[in-house]
Write a protein that binds this ligand. Structure first.
Ligand code: 7TS
Length: 404
């Protein structure tokens, strides 16, 4: 049974105070909080197993390697990848996207099209722009509507036999829109294009099945799903990962090195040069286990309840406008108050112990679309409560009074 008060006991940080007030943490889309079970994994690793992996004959190294590879298998099972070597452990979503974009340098040419969406985080825009500069490929954009949804008829028109790659986020970080990725993938495949889905914002809320989606690449960060920072993953179909060249050269990614020629290791090691974030990878596996113990259906149902409760309460405040009004959205509310700058609202909320993000959320094209400098963004996780939302609503009312 889902019991939020019991769940909150797992997160030590939730009992701290900020500016003398109980912390209300509503910046989950930037990073989630870490349960004791995951913190314990990191402490346990450094207390008992710390060693470099894949290279030692000694016991510690073998134990660390086993734990790291077990984490990879937990991640594989969670995303339902066919093989564990289709899971590449990276430093996060940004690293994963850059790895794929770099790999496509040798596969694209002038005259090829690649398609992005208007709803992307900068890390799913800039690496592709850089790829276009290197290859002469052309970047096309699926536009959005006022509700913050992708205009699918426009996507149909952008697709052609020249389309080689499509990359879209599963859920928008700035607005919370859940994109119709099943349709996006199917239509891209119909013209022979590969698809990368940026799941950074989806993985805290849903459990993607990469085989069912038939997606070519799916990327995520551990720190948004109760894991540590500095670790994430790239799922890629083995056929694609075998085709892409390595991203970085170094130790552990080679089969044989001479000064004349180097041959590369097989998957996943070909993409994992150097000593990785070992404790982080193990803790990523533990975070996935933790979230599955709570259950993604229960998480989604509860967060949906929080979203509707907060939306209704916030909309009662005169002059408050919510950006991102799709029926299909997750527990993110981006809003502004009349002409008040979001930064000022965020600063007052912080004085009240309430953590929100303000600004453009690394999604400037979305802000340009609405012709605003930014928004206040409150993003809820399964450990938040309606009482905390009441505190946010009171805080926003106070900010409005002080700033108008
Ligand atoms: N893609 C999306 C959709 C994101 O929301 C983020 C981070 C990234 C990629 C990059 O992830 P990283 O782990 O490599 O940094 N989003 C946010 C955010 O909304 N507020 O802070 C970081």
């Amino acid at each position: 049974m889902f019991n939020v008060q019991d769940i909150r006991k797992d997160f030590p940080i939730l009992s701290r105070k900020v500016n003398g007030k109980p912390l209300v943490y509503f910046d989950n889309a930037a990073t989630s909080q870490t349960p004791q079970q995951v913190i314990d994994t990191i402490v346990d690793y450094y207390s008992n197993y710390n060693a470099n992996i894949h290279r030692g004959v000694h016991t510690l190294s073998q134990e660390a390697t086993d734990l790291y590879e077990q984490a990879r298998q937990n991640i594989q099972a969670h995303f339902n990848a066919k093989f564990s070597h289709e899971i590449i452990l990276t430093s996060g979503t940004t690293h994963s996207i850059n790895l794929v974009a770099n790999g496509f340098s040798s596969l694209l040419k002038k005259g090829d099209d690649i398609i992005v969406s208007a709803l992307e985080h900068h890390s799913n825009i800039v690496p592709w722009q850089m790829l276009c500069e290197r290859t002469g490929a052309h970047l096309k954009v699926i536009p959005m509507n006022e509700d913050g949804e992708l205009i699918m008829e426009a996507y149909d028109k952008l697709l052609s036999k020249n389309t080689k790659l499509v990359f879209v986020n599963h859920i928008s970080n700035a607005l919370g829109t859940i994109n119709p990725i099943e349709t996006i993938i199917e239509k891209a495949h119909a013209v022979g294009a590969a698809v990368l889905i940026d799941g950074a914002q989806a993985c805290p809320h849903v459990k993607p099945d990469v085989q069912k989606l038939d997606v070519d690449f799916y990327v995520a960060s551990a720190h948004k799903m109760c894991g540590p920072t500095g670790v994430g993953m790239l799922y890629g179909k083995a056929s694609w990962l075998n085709k892409l060249p390595p991203y970085q050269g170094g130790g552990e990614m080679i089969a044989e090195v001479t000064f004349e020629k180097t041959t590369y290791a097989s998957l996943p090691h070909k993409f994992e040069a150097g000593t990785p974030n070992i404790a982080g990878g193990i803790a990523f596996g533990a975070a996935i286990k933790y979230m599955n113990t709570i259950g993604f259906e229960a998480i989604a149902a509860y967060e949906n309840e929080l979203l509707h409760y907060a939306t209704e309460k916030l909309l009662q405040i005169e002059g408050l406008k919510i950006y991102g009004t799709s029926e299909s959205k997750t527990s993110v509310i981006s809003f502004n108050l009349n002409n008040i700058h979001p930064y000022d609202v965020g600063t007052i909320l912080d004085k009240l112990g309430i953590a929100v993000r303000t600004g453009h959320h690394c999604a400037q094209p979305i802000m340009d679309f609405y012709k605003i400098p930014g928004t206040v963004r409150a993003s809820f996780a399964f450990y938040n409560t309606k009482k905390e939302i009441d505190a946010l609503v009171e805080g926003v009312k106070k900010a409005k009074m002080m700033l108008s």
